[in-house]
Design a protein around this ligand. Structure first.
Ligand SMILES: Nc1nc2c(c(=O)[nH]1)N[C@H]1C(S)=C(S)[C@@H](COP(=O)(O)OP(=O)(O)OC[C@H]3O[C@@H](n4cnc5c(=O)[nH]c(N)nc54)[C@H](O)[C@@H]3O)O[C@H]1N2
Ligand SMILES: Nc1nc2c(c(=O)[nH]1)N[C@H]1C(S)=C(S)[C@@H](COP(=O)(O)OP(=O)(O)OC[C@H]3O[C@@H](n4cnc5c(=O)[nH]c(N)nc54)[C@H](O)[C@@H]3O)O[C@H]1N2
Ligand code: SF4
Ligand SMILES: [Mo]
Length: 653
């Protein structure tokens, strides 16, 4: 007899609800859960691959240690949990004792945020290693958003969320939700939501160097020269101020600094921005006027405007535009969520630049250094050099800048341990790999993504399968390691509180609990009774109360970004260089560095081609479909060229 399980898909930020049908140990089907109040039945092809992930014979089920044979050949030998955990704790402590705490490096990757036990329990181990050499995917991803939120709203995770379902005008820069399913914007079923926006008579305007799958849906798409968005945004703000369109409306009572911003952007005229961005001055003005004139408008930018030289400046400008047009905290604008487990009001707000990396002097954010410094911190001799590395749920050899340099650096470590179910480009350097249970073998709550969702909802899911005997969850591995270190240091081990207990407590302290007088009387038990999730309603205006800044004021004139405007002006005082610029692209069947082991996601024609405009192909004396060499400072790769008018001239994707 088959059983139905209700379960979130944890692969991307859309957190779609699934119905998984099983019989014994077999998965019979995976479908979208129509009763899920947020995802409403939506899924993408990756959800089906959860079956492949669960059943993959290459997924490690037992810890392995690396063994080098007398012929130099490397092999992996299965070892007991006892040996794996004891050795890991001993080696970390021993290197810590010999070289100091900064000799321990830590990289935590993207899937750690999709696995709530990793979030709640990593400190059971890391509390003993307050190293300066901490890294994560944040610094190759959303760090500029954190900075803008910290500086404007007082907390690194207080992100304004595009209220797509109620807006009239949506300006989107450097995001491709039709492929990514949304980011810092949990928006399952985004295609339908964007189509409905247009059906209501609203407009979607996409700014992207490629005519993406999202741009195909848009009312307007404008190519932009990569890395020049800050100029476009500054010129839009300039227009808004110069034409008297600035109207923060209800925000005026607690917003300061707009006059200083107006003065600072005066030099960024649309005429100045046009030749660099590739968007003409009239169009820049028209976009600014439309956004300012819309009843309800959104300005939103994601990866494409974050991972560039002016990421923080872009994210700040975007929010200042939302403020100046009165669209922050307004239905149909960019709004703040109120999640059931509210980590914004219960965690530290974050900080910046309190210490710097040893070799290159780059600033920390939230006690983490940029991942791009990891290799040099391993290979450069001296105090605080990294000698041992812990990686969890990440593959930085593929996912961080100059991965080849990191690949070489990892080989020089005295000890490396990886918490990961796979042997991959990064974990192959580990001495020991600790594989957790399969995702379907542990329970699930989205601590991170309800904070970014287009609607307030909550959902808790029980495991689909029982935990196999002798296996450990990620959080148990952290606890086991931490307790070994504690014992060695003659300290108290941590009590075995499970992640669901942490969530139960979070819900109890949260805004929808009975103890806070909420009609929802939300509790873990109630969520267990409603495995498709509970709807807590559409986003509500919450300012200024929700602000975490001193005095609950938004000061738009952030000193760091105001200063960065000068750097921007200086760089773009010269004429455009004319060099080709490379941008990345995601595919709906990809997921960062992993999921490539599953046939249903990789089959079909080669997707890793280099898109190049026919005019550029001709100008470089190349032909479509030939293999070309793509070189940068960090290395070169062979790629097959594909002629396409979907990329801007001067840009390759
Ligand atoms: N060229 C290029 N580079 C990029 C990007 C890009 O677009 N282009 N995108 C950047 C972005 S946005 C990000 S977020 C980073 C992501 O880069 P990383 O932080 O490296 O994350 P992933 O590639 O998602 O890491 C996947 C690893 O996590 C493991 N894993 C999966 N689930 C679990 C789990 O439940 N527990 C444990 N312990 N391990 C698990 C997988 O086996 C795999 O080894 O890449 C960045 N790098
Ligand atoms: N299918 C799939 N979904 C994913 C992932 C995945 O790997 N595959 N990864 C997940 C993760 S970790 C993340 S962070 C999100 C990212 O989610 P998104 O940010 O929505 O997705 P990206 O594909 O990174 O979109 C970046 C866009 O920016 C454009 N771009 C590049 N440079 C510039 C520029 O200088 N200016 C402008 N305006 N645009 C530019 C690119 O052409 C691209 O269309 O996706 C998540 N979802
Ligand atoms: S969009 Fe796809 S990968 Fe993302 S949560 Fe939904 S089903 Fe999973
Ligand atoms: Mo990401």
């Amino acid at each position: 007899m088959s059983t139905l399980h209700y379960r979130a898909c944890h692969l991307c930020e859309a957190i779609c609800g699934l119905v998984i049908e099983t019989e014994g140990q077999e998965i019979l089907s995976i479908k979208g859960d129509k009763k899920d109040p947020l995802s409403r039945g939506h899924i993408c092809p990756k959800a089906i691959a959860l079956k492949d992930l669960h059943e993959d014979p290459d997924r490690l089920r037992q810890p392995v240690k690396k063994v080098t044979g007398s012929d130099g050949q490397i092999s992996w030998q299965e070892i007991s949990w006892q040996e794996a955990l004891d050795t890991t704790a001993e080696r970390l402590l021993e290197i810590h004792d010999r070289h100091g705490v900064d000799a321990i490096g830590i990289y935590m990757g993207n899937p750690a945020v999709h696995n709530y036990g990793m979030m709640t329990h990593q400190n059971n181990l890391f509390r003993f290693f307050h190293t300066r050499n901490r890294f994560s995917a944040t610094s190759v991803d959303q760090l500029p958003h954190h900075l803008a939120s910290l500086w404007l709203f007082g907390h690194k995770s207080l992100f304004p969320i595009p209220d797509v379902d109620r807006t009239d005008y949506f300006l989107m820069l450097g995001a491709n939700p039709i492929a990514s399913n949304g980011s810092l914007w949990t928006v399952p079923d985004v295609r339908k939501r964007l189509k409905q926006l247009k059906q209501r008579g609203g407009k979607l305007v996409v700014i992207d160097p490629r005519r993406t799958e999202t741009a195909e849906l848009a009312s307007e798409h404008h190519f932009i020269t990569p890395g020049t968005d800050a100029l476009l945004l500054a010129a839009m703000l300039n227009t808004i101020f110069e034409e008297g369109l600035c109207d923060p409306a209800d925000l005026a009572d607690f917003v300061t600094g707009l006059d200083e911003v107006a003065a600072a952007v005066r030099v960024f005229t649309p005429e100045m921005a046009a030749p660099h961005t590739g968007i003409d001055a009239d169009t820049i003005r028209a976009i600014a006027r439309s956004l300012a004139g819309a009843e309800r408008g959104i300005c939103y930018g994601r990866m494409g405007v974050s991972t560039q030289a002016y990421g923080a400046l872009c994210q700040w400008l975007i929010q200042v535009i939302n403020i100046a047009t009165g669209n922050l905290d307004k239905p149909g604008g960019s709004m703040f969520t109120l999640p059931a487990m509210d980590t914004v009001s219960t965690t530290n707000p974050g900080g910046f630049g309190r210490h710097h990396s040893r070799v290159r002097g780059l600033p920390e954010f939230d006690r983490e250094l940029p991942a791009s410094t990891m290799a040099e911190e391993i290979t450069t001799p001296g105090d605080s050099q990294i000698r041992a590395l812990f990686t969890g749920a990440g593959n930085p050899v593929l996912s961080t800048p100059n991965g080849r340099q990191l690949d070489d650096a990892l080989a020089q470590l005295e000890f490396m341990v990886s918490l990961d179910p796979y042997i991959n480009e990064t974990t192959r350097h580990a001495d020991i790999i600790l594989p957790p249970t399969s995702p379907l073998e542990h329970d699930h709550y989205d601590i991170a993504f309800h904070i970014n969702a287009v609607r307030n909802t909550a959902r808790f899911n029980e495991p689909v399968f029982d935990k196999p005997e002798g296996s450990l969850h990620d959080w148990e591995i952290f606890t086991e390691l931490g307790n070994r270190v504690a014992t060695a240091l003659e300290q108290e081990p941590r009590a075995a509180m499970a992640p669901h207990d942490v969530v139960a407590m979070g819900l109890k302290l949260g805004p929808y609990s009975a103890s806070r007088g909420s009609e929802h009387a939300l509790s873990l038990d109630k969520l267990k009774e409603n495995p498709s999730g509970i709807d807590l309603g559409e986003l509500q205006s919450q300012l200024p109360e929700r602000l975490q800044t001193p005095g609950k004021v938004i000061n738009c004139a952030v000193p760091q970004t105001m200063a960065d405007l000068s750097r921007l002006m200086k760089e773009f005082s010269a004429a455009p260089s004319g060099q080709l610029r490379l941008i990345g692209r995601r595919h709906v069947r990809s997921n960062n560095s992993w999921m490539h082991n599953f046939h249903r996601l990789v089959k079909g024609k080669n997707r890793c081609t280099l898109l190049m405009h026919p005019d550029d192909i001709a100008a470089h004396n190349l032909a479509s479909k030939v293999d070309a060499t793509l070189s940068s400072r960090a290395g070169s790769v062979e790629v097959t060229l594909q002629a396409s008018t979907d990329v801007m001239p001067g840009v390759v994707s």
